[in-house]
Design a protein around this ligand. Structure first.
Ligand code: NAD
Length: 274
């Protein structure tokens, strides 16, 4: 494979780089996932809330890639929190994907005001025990949510998928994840492609290595140990974003990117989103 794996806390291997499909309409997701599989991606990150599990599933089925070579992640939406509703939502996701198991199932947001993420996760533990998911984890969980979850349940989450890019480097969260054996997965790893890819320090590093700014940012994540799931629907960018294993950033490059942290979110605050 083009992408090296990381080993999750239960021994399951997950490609360190995958393909994200947020904001891609269902029919377009089918085309984009097909292009990604063709380019060598083997990990796909979708969610019930994205409305494209069916298109993603159709692309997987049509690709001919053996199921055991794929790593499929989906996520439980906020309105489905709760034990029984989680089991129903999981069945619906599997059926839309056309699969008999997923590799990773995530609680999309903690939605602490609902107060149901522990019940939700107990249903995840049941799905895990039944072998219908190979690993279970969370997304957008902050330290206090993880501490509460770990105290109340028995399977430490394999992954916490959080907003993470050079303008929001999440140092404290990454350190806590490492202490707990939780893999850090970066969403919006390219900062949604907005101003980040024009930042002079990143453009300069890209020129120095004969690479693109997007490749520099993805390479920074890889060297930090993050799992990354960049999104694009443009075939040339889909190919560019997976081609980040043939060069390395040096300590000077890493220090220059490290200096770009502004603690600035693009997405919602997990403490208040419901
Ligand atoms: P991203 O950081 O991956 O940026 C994607 C955008 O960057 C593209 O739409 C395009 O405009 C631009 N881009 C991509 N490749 C480029 C390239 N090579 N050159 C120039 N511009 C390029 O943003 P994202 O889609 O928000 O995040 C990636 C994935 O993370 C999502 O698709 C989704 O799977 C996941 N995600 C999860 C959550 C969550 O709450 N768990 C939230 C947001 C995103």
């Amino acid at each position: 494979s083009k992408v090296p794996p990381i080993t999750l806390n239960n021994g399951v291997e997950m490609p360190q780089l995958g393909f994200g499909v947020w904001q891609v309409p269902d029919a377009e997701a089918e085309t984009a996932v097909a292009a990604a599989l063709e380019a060598g991606y083997r990990s796909i990150d979708t969610a019930a809330a994205y409305g494209n599990e069916e298109g993603t599933g159709r692309a997987i089925a049509a690709s001919g890639v053996p199921r055991e070579d794929l790593f499929v992640t989906t996520k439980l939406w906020n309105t489905d929190h709760g034990y029984d509703s989680t089991l129903r939502a999981f069945d619906a996701s599997l059926s839309k994907l056309g699969l008999d198991h997923v590799d990773l199932y995530l609680i999309h947001w903690p939605t602490p005001a609902r107060g149901r993420y522990v019940d939700t996760y107990r249903a995840f533990e049941k799905l895990y025990a039944e072998g219908r998911v190979r690993a279970i984890g969370v997304s957008n969980f902050q330290r206090e949510h993880l501490e509460h979850l770990i105290a109340e349940t028995s399977v430490v989450p394999a992954v916490d998928q959080i907003e993470l890019h050079p303008h929001l480097q999440q140092r404290a969260a990454r350190e806590y994840h490492a202490q707990q054996g939780i893999a850090t997965e970066a969403w919006s790893p390219l900062g949604q492609g907005k101003g980040l890819l024009e930042v002079p320090a990143i453009v300069a590093i890209a020129q120095k290595h004969g690479r693109t700014p997007a490749q520099v940012v993805l390479r920074w994540h890889i060297q930090l140990g993050n799992v990354v799931i960049p999104k694009s629907v443009t075939p040339s960018r889909i190919e560019e974003n997976i081609d980040v294993f043939g060069f390395s950033l040096d300590t000077e490059d890493l220090a220059a990117i490290s200096a770009l942290d502004e603690g600035r979110r693009l997405g919602p605050d997990p403490a208040t989103l419901n």
